[in-house]
Write a protein that binds this ligand. Structure first.
Ligand SMILES: Cc1ncc(COP(=O)(O)O)c(C=O)c1O
Length: 344
């Protein structure tokens, strides 16, 4: 694949998108739908759900596709949390959990991280009889940190069966650490586990809005009842099916991302920044002085690079920087290195 020339353009490293786009097979494959089927309503996404069930060795009724994993997050909140129930959300995690809890006027509590990690013990400590649902992003957005298989297993062993754990694996395809959980194996043992996945990240289909959940059949049925009719469009379903076929593209992006992620971590750490090791397609920088994160974000913007300046990063602030291609990553390093040392 050809390296992009970024000298003139603004580089978007603020949404954790795939900097390599999507599989070229997808572009070619959706043409038929775009040319001939735009006037047709979509059917229920059974083709995609069937293919996902086949790939993961599940029954069809354990899979539910949604218009982006945010739609499934929304469906879980609506289905599992009643007026008296509450949900638990980690601080410094994916913002949509809190936004959607608020949108549905649900009770929720924020639980603290330990050292930027969503520690399962914090979930167990925070449980009350009203807790019905817990969100755990693994790897976590924005920190890139993750919990290992045995930690997840122990959490599920100790979690009451009345509490559902939504394990959000939006970045699973980027993970390279062998300690990362095999959530599918745990799904077979724990019916209160839900695994959320996305086609927006590694598969590069963010614009089309498509994701899925793997869960207990009764829960999938309940969620399907609350879905908006025709919410998954024909292009998205077709694109997702083709994208799954092109695992060479996935391997390519995974390898490039790992190289870029290691490069950013090493160079930024050597330059004196506090960079967390990440398993996602982004890297988290935290700072010692208030205002420094925003100053660094402004400096990057002046270099034509957009990053996320995070209010959730605590009083000192933090940045989340997407891993780009080599040209983009070098530009990030070059720009951040030029900041005065005291302001890191
Ligand atoms: C942890 C996490 N889950 C879900 C999503 C949203 O995914 P989708 O585009 O499938 O709705 C994101 C997007 O940034 C994310 O970071």
């Amino acid at each position: 694949m050809k390296e992009a020339d970024h000298t003139q353009e603004t580089i978007r490293l603020n949404f954790n998108e795939n900097c390599y786009g999507c599989s070229p097979l997808v572009r070619a494959g959706v043409e038929g739908v775009l040319l001939k089927e735009l006037h047709l309503y979509p059917s229920a996404p059974v083709r995609l759900e069937t293919e996902l069930a086949r790939r993961f060795g599940l029954n069809l009724d354990q899979v539910i596709a949604g218009a982006g994993s945010v739609r499934l997050i929304d469906g879980l909140i609506q289905t599992l949390v009643d007026e008296t129930g509450e949900l638990l959300i980690f601080e410094n995690s994916f913002v949509a959990y809190e936004q959607l809890a608020q949108a549905h006027s649900k009770n929720y509590r924020l639980i603290p991280q330990s050292d930027f990690i969503c520690d399962p013990q914090a979930i167990l400590d925070a449980l009350t009889p009203q807790t019905h649902l817990v969100f755990l992003a693994n790897p976590n957005n924005p920190t890139g940190t993750f919990i290992a298989h045995d930690q997840l297993e122990q959490l599920l062993v100790h979690l009451p069966t009345t509490v559902f754990l939504a394990l959000d694996e939006a970045y699973v395809e980027y993970v390279t650490d062998p300690a990362y959980p095999d959530a599918l194996a745990l799904l077979k043992r724990f019916p209160n586990l839900i695994v959320l996945r996305s086609f927006s990240k590694m598969y590069g289909l963010a614009a089309l809005r498509i994701g899925y959940a793997l869960a207990d059949a009764a829960l999938c049925r309940a969620m399907k009842k609350k879905q908006i009719p025709f919410s998954i469009n024909r292009v998205a379903e077709e694109a997702a099916l083709i994208a799954l076929e092109d695992q060479l593209f996935v391997e390519y992006c995974k390898k490039e991302n790992e190289t870029g992620r290691n490069y950013l971590w090493k160079e930024l750490t050597a330059a004196g920044f506090h960079a967390l090791p990440s398993q996602g397609n982004f890297i988290y920088l935290h700072f010692d002085h208030k205002g420094d994160a925003s100053n660094a974000a402004s400096a990057l913007a002046r270099c034509g690079i957009l990053v996320s300046d995070l209010p959730s990063g605590g009083p000192q602030g933090a940045l989340r920087i997407g891993v780009g291609d080599q040209a983009a990553n070098s530009r990030v390093v070059e720009c951040l290195r030029s900041l005065p040392p005291v302001r890191k």
